[in-house]
Design a protein around this ligand. Structure first.
Ligand code: TEU
Length: 575
């Protein structure tokens, strides 16, 4: 009788535990679901011609490395003609390759090589604005009415050059309007003054950009990462925006206002919904794989998720915006559950660790890079890596004012640039301990190489018995090949008084368990006997420096978890 009561209690306990943990059936839909998606910042990836700047042929030369790393799709930050005033996000010709990166033939060779290696190629597409050097804007400045209508112009509030049409601010922390004396009007730029916003109420602009998409689709690209997605349309009445009352925001900062008239407007979603349909039509007519359309948006969760209503994929930046190195196991669990429970069933998930605009993941989470890589790789959906994060590159916070290139930093000025500059996460890839980290043979590079390259470089990590890169590579292959990660369910909970995060992915035949110890100085023993797990599991991945103290096989009742460690176990569900 006693035994019966005990087993009933155990079952009830397990049921309660399961109900208290979050679990979700994950349904995969598109090729990018079990994809490892790798952002290449072309200027800093590899310089093949010795001019100190990365280029397309350099990327082509490194595609085998990308493939060997377990990656199966890359996106390239802009490679189009540009004065490079904002790192190529100021485009002067949407269907031309910037000479500094190479030629159209070089790009066609890159795509051919990538596809031969089984790599998808996605381009960065920057629809919100052009460079002020674009012929369209130059003609507008000369008073050409047709091209003036390609942009957003308005009279000053007092019909003069003193007061702009309204109080809108730019994301570069300057007023969003600039006066042109020869036209006696102001033009809108939600970013730099050198990036005038395009007018999508003008059907000719919509057609021009649709043609640009088709141009690159015809070159064989597999999709687009859409830059600055939320800012395409603005309020036609140009109404002043209300104050945000965000703490510490000052009148010259973008965060001073609530962008209710300049971001996330309905026509913007409708435009991208029409692009989704266009890409599907393009692929269907040619019997091609679906083309990716992924949005860069740092909007509210509600506005971010709204893209799914139009069958468009938004980047999930929650690992950038919602958690820090002081976040707890519960904070991480809540953040992960927030996203997974919000994404509509059947839609794709994704997890972004970093990009060219944000401090590097190894700098945001010192000593916990492997934990973050494991999370991005074992959670359901696409894992998104920024080049260099696979080897644990860190921000170079010592770039001088003289060497600073980022317009956002230049605008902040010599006394304040260091805190806001994006250059630290854009320094050249650290391939080896050779001169310029093996990135370039030039005497100087467009941004200085981080001086730590002598010891922190790919070659050293490939030669080491254990390294961040080897952990990354194992996880990338696991992400793409492990059945429990491709179509398994998701469940998470915390144990050990909330100091350990436990994540379980399981399919019919397989289980993957991730354990993360949020204690920096305390090792723990985790008892998962009450959880529906195989009794015995095999150690698959351990965070750097923790493996030596671990056994290859564990009993779920007694799992040793070193301080600050993250461990992944796998098993067949046969016990
Ligand atoms: O960034 C747009 C964006 O969302 C901004 O928040 C951006 O992160 C930047 O740091 C200003 O705060 C995209 C590109 O990723 C960025 O590199 C460009 O500078 C920007 O658009 C303008 O094209």
């Amino acid at each position: 009788m006693q035994t019966a009561i005990m087993s009933l209690t155990t079952s009830l306990c397990a049921l309660l535990l399961l109900l208290s943990s979050s679990s979700a059936e994950i349904f995969n839909k598109s090729w990018w679901n079990s994809t490892v998606f790798y952002q290449v910042y072309p200027k800093s990836f590899y310089d093949s011609n010795g001019d100190g700047v990365g280029d397309l042929n350099g990327i082509t030369l490194k595609l085998q490395y990308v493939k060997n790393s377990g990656i199966n799709a890359i996106w390239l930050s802009p490679i189009f003609s540009s004065p490079m005033a904002d790192g190529g996000y100021d485009i002067s010709n949407f269907t031309e390759i910037a000479p500094i990166f190479g030629t159209l033939e070089d790009f066609e060779k890159l795509v051919m090589r990538a596809h031969k290696l089984g790599l998808k190629v996605v381009l960065d597409f920057v629809p919100n604005h052009t460079s002020d050097q674009h012929p369209w804007f130059q003609k507008a400045l000369q008073g050409d009415e047709k091209y003036k209508e390609y942009y957003i112009w308005a009279d000053g509030k007092n019909k003069d050059d003193k007061t702009p049409p309204n109080n809108w601010l730019s994301l570069f922390n300057i007023p969003a309007w600039t006066y042109v004396p020869s036209l006696k009007q102001w033009y809108l730029h939600q970013f730099g003054t050198i990036q005038p916003d395009l007018n999508y109420s003008n059907p000719e602009v919509v057609e021009e950009m649709r043609n640009a998409l088709k141009f690159w689709l015809d070159k064989g690209v597999d999709g687009f990462r859409v830059d600055s997605a939320p800012y395409i349309f603005e309020d036609k009445e140009l109404r002043d925006e209300p104050r945000s009352y965000a703490p510490d925001s000052t009148p010259d900062q973008y965060t001073y206002l609530e962008p209710i008239y300049t971001a996330d407007l309905k026509p913007t979603y409708e435009l991208f919904g029409s692009w989704r349909k266009y890409l599907d039509g393009y692929a269907d007519e040619r019997n091609l794989d679906q083309k990716m359309l992924v949005m860069e948006t740092y909007s509210s969760l509600e506005h971010t998720l709204e893209y799914y209503d139009y069958d468009v994929l938004p980047f999930n930046f929650l690992f950038i915006t919602n958690v820090t190195n002081s976040s707890t196991a519960t904070d991480f669990k809540n953040t992960i559950d927030l996203w997974i429970n919000s994404v509509p069933y059947g839609k794709s998930n994704n997890w972004v660790l970093g990009n060219h605009d944000r401090p590097r993941v190894a700098s945001r989470f010192p000593g916990r890079l492997d934990q973050m890589t494991m999370l991005s790789m074992i959670l359901p959906g696409m894992a998104v890596t920024y080049n260099g994060d696979e080897i644990g590159m860190v921000d170079d916070r010592n770039i001088s004012w003289a060497d600073t290139q980022d317009p956002l930093a230049r605008i902040a000025g010599k006394d304040h640039y260091a805190a806001i500059s994006r250059d630290p996460e854009r320094t050249p890839f650290q391939w080896s301990a050779e001169e310029n980290a093996g990135f370039s043979t030039a005497n100087s590079t467009w941004l200085p190489v981080n001086p730590n390259y002598k010891t922190l470089n790919l070659q050293a990590e490939e030669r080491s018995y254990q390294s961040h890169y080897k952990i990354y590579k194992t996880l990338a292959y696991l992400h793409r090949k492990e059945p429990a990660l491709i179509q398994g369910s998701y469940a998470s909970f915390t144990t050990n008084n909330g100091t350990v995060l436990d994540v379980i992915r399981s399919s019919d035949a397989r289980t993957v368990l991730l354990l993360i110890n949020f204690e920096d100085d305390i090792s723990q023993t985790v008892d998962l006997s009450d959880y529906n797990l195989p009794a015995i599991m095999k150690l698959k991945v351990a965070s750097l420096g923790s493996r030596s103290s671990l056994k290859e096989w564990v009993d779920k009742k007694n799992i040793y978890l070193p301080e600050k460690a993250a461990l992944i176990y796998t098993s067949f569900n046969i016990q």
